[in-house]
Design a binder for this molecule. Structure first.
Ligand code: C2E
Ligand code: CA
Ligand code: CA
Length: 731
């Protein structure tokens, strides 16, 4: 039996230097001391003895025993006082003390615990049990020591890692946390934070909602989560970056009771990461993205462009007299110049989002990038261009902006830039090729000795220039009202009377002569110029028709073409409203022609816009009908009044039986839907007769008349008197 205790004693040996644990036994009763000594020594303990409290404290200091057995009642100083004395010693704070009290002496027991006793034993002592009790107490002391030490280690580790832990009780909302948690959040000694809500309040407002949400979601889904957030520093006005990791504790029944988590201060780490990232991806002098960053951006842009079937451009720039500035004014001046150039470049590119004219598109940020490659070389990546001219326009603006003189210290310096442009996909389909070709184009531009820009491909260069200048001309043509409107009559096929006119825009270019609308309308659509152009035609046509009516002409409809860009533009309805209002035209006489493909793009949206058009009291016609797809089935849903059969079907009416079938089907269907049918491009009597045979309502085409200018049309009307065209069409 004692052997077992001996073994156990060896196992719990607290102090590796000691062979045997030391027990200090304090008692004024010699007999007790002797009995205990025998039992304890047999069990493998070393025993030191003391007869009163004073001796006990002295002996404790001398021997630093592993455990103390303390009698309560003794002369000189009793056990209670002795315990209190020992507890106050640094080494005595944790030593286990077994108090020996009188039987049933409840007061003594309570007092013993109050003074710091670990356990108690009542008299008479069972000396057979005593070694077991002592051994048990030593073992729990060891466990407590280990726990204390690991707690200290954990605390230390948490402090070093700036990592705190916390526990949130979901039912009570109570939050408990470790010391480091408080330090991470900057809590002071007496600050409290007892609830989850109080914790949330410490988070920056912009992050707070997310933290709350993700925690709630984590409980709902029983999934761990992590999130980063900022919290204002209490010492200054900086913010600390904090990472929170947590998981809900959900026992078997699935109901979550707690959330356990850590928080860590990652401010330094985040800053370091940012710094490393900046060093790796940004140019130190100008703060612009460097080559590495540009390459990444280029790859990303390429992927997007492939996916969207879009174009983008790389502009390679080189400053023309930079070396001179550097050599004569020094490097600091050179750096200053580079910084100013960067700022101007960024400015131009920021504004250039507007150049495409498509400020209506829902495309998010098109991701233009200005980068410095080193030296005096810069690259501007235009993440999305509709046409090469967009790039040309930006290049032109860059060249112009860069050439404005710079103030460097007390000196005024001038530099110019040469720009090479490559366009995806025509000038390359890899980042490398695009960069290389832009560079090549830049050298060409330099060779040709011009301060300006050059596209890699000569063809694109010329096309861009051509379109670019045409666009400029069109812009001024609209501003200077160099456009005109011509009118083409439509004929009622049963009565032979005029039923209306279609307004068609004309542009007489000072050097090019007449430019066809099939050429400049698409250009106007791409550049957004169609909006002022369309508005102008609309008001002009309405005014003209009203003027004719005022002059005594029989009222008839005036048809105006509307392009898709106008149709989806929110101002369209207002434009129509104004044109009617200003001209005083009866809205029923205005007819808006829309192409079928336009309506097919987004049918629900189309119907909505059509409804608001109809609400103005105007007529709506579907132009070029038959050239779209799947047209017939949805036709009945569209609130329109007229169909214009496309010219291509009319053209071969006499030779192609297929077209005959199509045209007759379109007419039959339209009549079923109570739509008026107009045939476009009627050039021959034969076509006219066939169409009349199918009960087509109206005809328009060269057989009746070409589109005519106002005076020409008035002349034509006068010549044909009351039934101007009956003869022409054999009515
Ligand atoms: P569209 O709306 O289909 O206009 C009819 C076109 O066919 C006109 O061409 C007209 O001159 C031509 N045409 C008329 N009768 C005949 C014929 O018997 N045979 C042949 N071969 N052609 C005939 P234009 O004036 O050159 O206009 C071309 C297109 O440009 C128009 O096609 C229309 O889509 C667009 N357009 C013209 N003016 C405007 C406008 O003010 N605004 C908008 N958005 N588009 C316009
Ligand atoms: Ca038309
Ligand atoms: Ca047409």
């Amino acid at each position: 039996m004692l052997e077992a205790v001996t073994q156990a004693v060896q196992m719990v040996m607290p102090n590796t230097q000691r062979d045997r644990p030391i027990v200090l036994h304090v008692d004024d009763d010699i007999a007790s001391l002797m009995m205990a000594e025998g039992a304890l020594e047999d069990a493998g303990f070393e025993v030191v003895q003391a007869a009163d409290g004073i001796q006990a404290i002295a002996s404790f200091k001398e021997h630093e025993p592993d455990l103390i057995i303390m009698d309560a009642v003794m002369p000189v100083m009793d056990g209670f006082e002795a315990i209190s004395g020992i507890r106050q010693l640094m080494s005595g704070a944790h030593v286990p003390i077994l108090m020996i009290t009188g039987l049933d002496d409840l007061d003594s027991i309570t007092r013993a615990y109050d003074e710091g006793a670990t356990d108690f034993l009542t008299k008479p002592i069972n000396f057979f049990i005593l070694p077991h009790r002592v051994q048990y107490m030593l073992r729990s002391k060891l466990t407590a020591d280990a726990l204390r030490s690991s707690q200290a280690k954990l605390d230390n580790a948490q402090r070093i890692a700036r990592l705190g832990n916390w526990e949130w009780c979901l039912a009570s909302n109570h939050l408990s946390w470790s010391r480091e948690f408080g330090r991470v959040l900057g809590l002071q000694q007496d600050d409290t934070m007892d609830t989850w809500v109080e914790f949330l309040d410490r988070i920056e407002e912009s992050d707070r909602h997310n933290v709350r949400l993700i925690a709630e979601q984590s409980v709902e889904e029983r999934q761990p989560f992590n999130i980063e957030f900022s919290t204002p520093s209490l010492n200054d006005d900086s913010v600390r970056r904090i990472r929170l990791e947590a998981e809900p504790h959900c026992p078997d029944d699935g109901h979550c009771t707690h959330m356990l988590g850590t928080i860590q201060d990652i401010t330094e780490r985040t800053n370091a990461q940012r710094q490393i990232h900046n060093l790796a991806y940004y140019d130190l002098v100008t703060g612009l993205p460097n080559r590495a960053q540009l390459n990444e951006q280029l790859r990303y842009t390429l992927k997007l462009a492939r996916r969207n079937d879009a174009k983008f451009a790389v502009l390679f720039l080189d400053l023309d007299h930079f070396k001179q500035v550097n050599d004569t004014l020094g490097h600091d001046a050179g750096d200053d110049l580079l910084k100013q150039v960067s700022a101007r470049l960024t400015g131009v590119v920021r504004d250039s989002d507007m150049v495409s004219g498509n400020n209506d598109t829902e495309e998010p940020d098109s991701q233009h990038t200005v980068a410095r490659l080193g030296g005096d070389e810069f690259v501007v990546l235009l993440g999305q261009v509709n046409r090469a001219e967009d790039a040309a326009r930006v290049a032109e603006r860059i060249a112009q902006t860069i050439s404005v003189p710079y103030q460097i210290g007390s000196n005024t310096v001038s530099v110019t830039t040469t720009i090479g442009i490559s366009v995806f996909p025509s000038d390359g389909v890899t980042p490398e090729a695009l960069m290389k070709n832009a560079d090549v184009a830049m050298y060409h531009a330099k060779e040709s000795g011009r301060n300006g820009y050059q596209f890699y491909s000569r063809e694109i260069h010329e096309q861009a220039l051509e379109r670019f200048s045409l666009e400029g001309d069109l812009r001024s043509a609209i501003e200077n009202e160099e456009l005109t409107v011509v009118y083409q009559p439509k004929l009622d096929m049963t009565t032979g009377a005029l039923s209306g006119m279609e307004a068609l825009v004309r542009w007489y270019h000072p050097s090019k002569g007449n430019v066809s609308p099939t050429e400049f309308i698409p250009l106007a659509e791409e550049t957004g110029l169609i909006l002022p152009l369309g508005r102008w035609v609309l008001s002009h046509a309405c005014e003209q028709m009203q003027r004719w009516i005022d002059a005594g002409m029989a009222p008839m409809s005036i048809a105006v073409n509307c392009s898709s860009v106008q149709f989806t533009h929110s101002d369209m309805i207002e434009d129509i409203n104004q044109a009617i209002g200003h001209s005083g035209l009866d809205p029923r006489l205005l007819e808006i022609e829309l192409t079928e493909s336009l309506l097919l793009q987004d049918i629900e949206k189309g119907i909505k816009i059509l409804r608001s058009m109809k609400a103005l009291g105007i007529q709506v016609a579907i132009d070029d009908f038959g050239t779209g797809f799947s047209s017939l089935s949805y036709l009945k849903r569209l609130p329109v009044d007229k169909l214009k059969i496309d010219r291509s079907f009319v053209k071969d009416l006499c030779i192609d039986p297929g077209d005959v079938a199509i045209v007759s089907a379109i007419i039959t269907l339209s009549h079923n839907l109570h739509l008026t049918v107009v045939a476009e491009g009627v050039e021959t009597q034969q076509q006219f007769d066939i169409l009349r045979g199918f009960d087509c309502n109206e005809a328009q085409g060269y057989l009746i008349s070409h589109p005519m200018a106002v005076d020409e049309l008035e002349q034509w009307m006068a010549n044909n008197a009351t039934t101007p065209v009956k003869k022409a069409v054999g009515l």
